[in-house]
Design a protein. Structure first.
Length: 464
């Protein structure tokens, strides 16, 4: 259970080693794992008498204190998934059972003269040795991860919105998402009034104040002043295979929110100046090497149908005098979410590599550059219609994996066969993993936007 908790939860799903907010939790895990290693090594091969037995008993009590502190730290800094809570409960029950067996024995040993007596229990001793080595390695891993997080810094969010006029009121949908949280943080930190539409108020606890939380656009009065709307809400498209039900959910989640946004604009007495509506480079469909500017045509596929419907719904705001900009967003890179977050752990363990041929293009953008571009679009009246939100220098998948491996100082040799990806993901794999677009941000560059991270190396070095 401990191995499952460490690798499934801590490493792969919760990604604690890459979350700066979990630095204290990692330190607690490190101390606890190193204490476990000590206990396994001693009790698997020795009998401890007298003072040594008392010290072992003290370590067992200290482990209880560390675990209780860890529970509090987890509740304060992150929302545990149900499987992790269940696993923690089972581990606590298991530890209680171990204490019931060990404590009487240790008390008996405490009554004897102080000594460490070698003891060999056949297979159990070797199992204990393996457990000691594993716990020690996990403890050292947590120490290294905590030290890395201490070195990581995040730029001040306020300066990302410098292009905006002061004291704007901005409605943000999708405010608890990977991009939305950073946008809200920047707006709030730079003195703007944020109205955040959220589906789950519990997730909104991570959003920095001051802001106004709403769960429905109907909660906004018609005389409310809103200067701009950024519509990012939508069901994630890259977290599961595209079954018929998943496709419908992806589509309807975007259309329903966007249509509600247009309806809000229609009834507001004072219309917002601009609607910055999310879209994606999937609008262009699957291409080979041709550079794609905002004037490029599309190839038909599900991604195009989705983005086209989403963009058409947003264009309804133009009839009410609101400028509409359609952000065709590429692969957003950052350690807190998006495509990069799913790659960090396997690559760090040396399990990374290209997908399929590795020749497909990856048009990416660093998250803070995306926030700055959103502010640029909001502040620039001349920008309407499609806007490619990608860095100027897209790369092929093979180059992306090579650069990430270089930054992490790991090999990237485990190529994932295209056939396997198609068998698992079907059209999802073809469009998101094996297909690609070579997108160029022509409109952003021609209107004076300057990317801080034009190259992938620059972005990864800033992130990692």
């Amino acid at each position: 259970m401990g191995v499952f908790d460490t690798f499934y939860h801590h490493e792969f799903t919760e990604r604690l080693a890459w979350r700066p907010s979990q630095q204290s939790e990692l330190k607690l895990h490190a101390v606890r794992n190193l204490l476990y290693a000590l206990l396994f090594a001693i009790l698997g091969w020795c009998e401890v008498h007298g003072l040594f037995a008392a010290l072992v008993l003290a370590v067992l009590v200290a482990e209880i204190a560390i675990t209780l502190t860890d529970f509090v730290e987890e509740d304060l800094t992150r929302k545990l998934p149900p499987s992790e809570r269940i696993n923690h409960t089972l581990l606590a029950i298991n530890y209680g059972a171990v204490l019931m067996l060990l404590v009487p024995l240790l008390i008996d040993w405490m009554m004897q003269p102080s000594a460490i007596v070698p003891a060999y229990a056949d297979l159990l001793s070797w199992i204990a040795a393996a457990a000691a080595i594993g716990a020690a390695l996990c403890g050292l891993r947590d120490v290294a991860a905590a030290r890395r997080l201490a070195r990581m810094s995040q730029p001040d969010a306020a300066e990302l919105l410098a292009a905006l006029p002061p004291a704007q009121t901005v409605l943000v949908t999708g405010a608890t998402g990977f991009v939305g949280t950073r946008l809200v943080a920047g707006l709030a930190a730079s003195g703007h009034h944020v109205i955040a539409l959220v589906r789950d108020p519990a997730k909104a606890r991570a959003l920095p104040p001051p802001l106004t939380l709403i769960t429905s656009l109907d909660q906004i009065a018609s005389d409310t002043r809103i200067d701009a709307i950024v519509n990012l809400a939508g069901e994630p498209i890259g977290n599961a295979a595209w079954t018929a039900a998943k496709r419908e959910k992806i589509l309807q989640s975007r259309l329903a929110t966007t249509e509600a946004v247009v309806a809000l604009i229609a009834r507001l007495a004072r219309k917002p100046q601009v609607l910055v509506n999310g879209s994606a480079i999937g609008w262009y469909g699957l291409w080979q090497d041709q550079p794609l500017t905002e004037s490029a045509k599309a190839h038909d596929c599900f991604s195009h149908e989705l983005c086209e419907a989403w963009e058409q719904a947003a264009r309804g705001a133009e009839a009410h005098g609101t400028r509409v900009a359609l952000l065709r967003i590429g692969l957003v890179v950052g350690r807190d979410g998006g495509v990069l977050s799913r790659m960090l752990t396997p690559f760090e363990f040396g399990l990374g590599g290209p997908l399929g041929s590795g020749l497909q293009w990856m048009s990416w953008i660093e998250r803070d550059d995306l926030i700055r571009l959103i502010a640029h679009v909001m502040a620039t009246d001349a920008i309407t219609g499609p806007v490619n939100a990608t860095a100027p220098l897209p790369v092929r998948n093979g180059a992306f994996t090579t650069e990430l491996a270089r930054c992490l100082r790991r090999p990237a040799l485990l190529r994932v066969p295209a056939g396997l990806l198609r068998r698992i993901g079907g059209q999802f794999a073809d469009e998101l993993l094996l297909g690609g677009q070579r997108v160029v941000p022509n409109k952003a560059l021609s209107t004076g936007f300057v990317f801080r991270h034009q190259s992938l190396r620059s972005a990864l070095e800033a992130i990692l």
